[in-house]
Design a protein around this ligand. Structure first.
Ligand SMILES: Nc1ncnc2c1ncn2[C@@H]1O[C@H](COP(=O)(O)OP(=O)(O)OP(=O)(O)O)[C@@H](O)[C@H]1O
Length: 237
């Protein structure tokens, strides 16, 4: 069996006195792509905030690459191998594409085949063409590509994308899906939060549905595809 990159057990969290996550379990193994689904306000972003260290869990454990990272700072969790591509691309507008990429380059865990500038440019030819353009000169889709590429340059054990296709034109969105499929083919472990179930079915190995702070379903693409009632009940599609 392949190595478990992320292991979440009995995770609980609250905003002040309002509980938001209730005993979540989640496993992501090396090389897998898993999706996190659920309607707005069901707790997906709160779970991601716990994983990256922005929201301290009230109970439960989070293990990343075998290390218990529960309660660690975001910086320390990032160094342990987690990279987040947040909603609404946060790139440096005054730096060039290449400067944005190089600013984040690291291979702290000594991966045998790290993401380098050359490899990233191969996966994102558009960024190679625009390497000397300023971040602010890029289109929305290119900025999103840059945000993903920049996260890869940290050579994360786990790449998390939170609504990475949000607000993008359909064609640009397709380009992002293409890139994610390529990253998967190259063995990158990914947890993706998005609402395009049809695309996620093709991309993901397994899927998790959240409702009101709980995991209510998990299964592979075949199981999710075979049960449209699930989509209607939990995703409203
Ligand atoms: N900073 C906050 N303070 C208080 N409550 C919050 C905060 N952020 C989120 N919540 C509440 O926590 C619940 C879960 O929200 P969360 O953003 O995690 O859901 P989500 O599934 O990611 O939805 P969305 O797709 O809309 O972001 C919601 O009821 C929301 O109102």
């Amino acid at each position: 069996m392949s190595e478990t990159v992320l292991e979440v057990r009995g995770l609980e969290a609250a905003y002040g006195r309002s509980p938001v996550l209730f005993g979540l379990d989640l496993d992501v193994r090396q090389g897998e792509v898993r999706s996190l689904l659920g309607r707005n306000g069901m707790g997906k972003s709160s779970l991601i905030k716990c994983l990256v260290g922005w929201l301290k869990p009230a109970a439960g454990r989070i293990r990343l690459c075998g290390e218990d990272v529960t309660g660690w700072s975001p910086e320390r969790i990032a160094r342990q191998g987690l990279a987040l591509v947040p909603e609404g691309r946060q790139i440096f507008p005054n730096l060039s594409v290449e400067e944005n990429l190089v600013a984040f380059a690291a291979n702290r865990r000594g991966l045998p085949r790290p993401w380098t500038l050359a490899r990233v440019y191969e996966a994102f030819p558009r960024l190679a063409e625009r390497r000397h353009h300023g971040g602010a000169q890029l289109s929305g889709g290119e900025q999103q590509m840059l945000a993903i590429a920049r996260a890869l340059m940290t050579n994360p054990q786990l790449l998390i994308l939170d609504e990475a296709t949000e607000g993008l034109a359909p064609l640009v969105r397709e380009e992002i899906w293409r890139v994610l499929a390529e990253l998967r083919a190259q063995g990158q472990t990914i947890l993706v939060v998005d609402k395009y179930v049809q695309r996620l079915l093709r991309l993901g190995d397994a899927h998790h549905i959240m409702e009101r702070g709980r995991m209510v379903w998990q299964g592979d693409s075949a199981a999710l595809e075979a049960d449209p009632a699930l989509w209607q009940r939990y995703l409203g599609v």
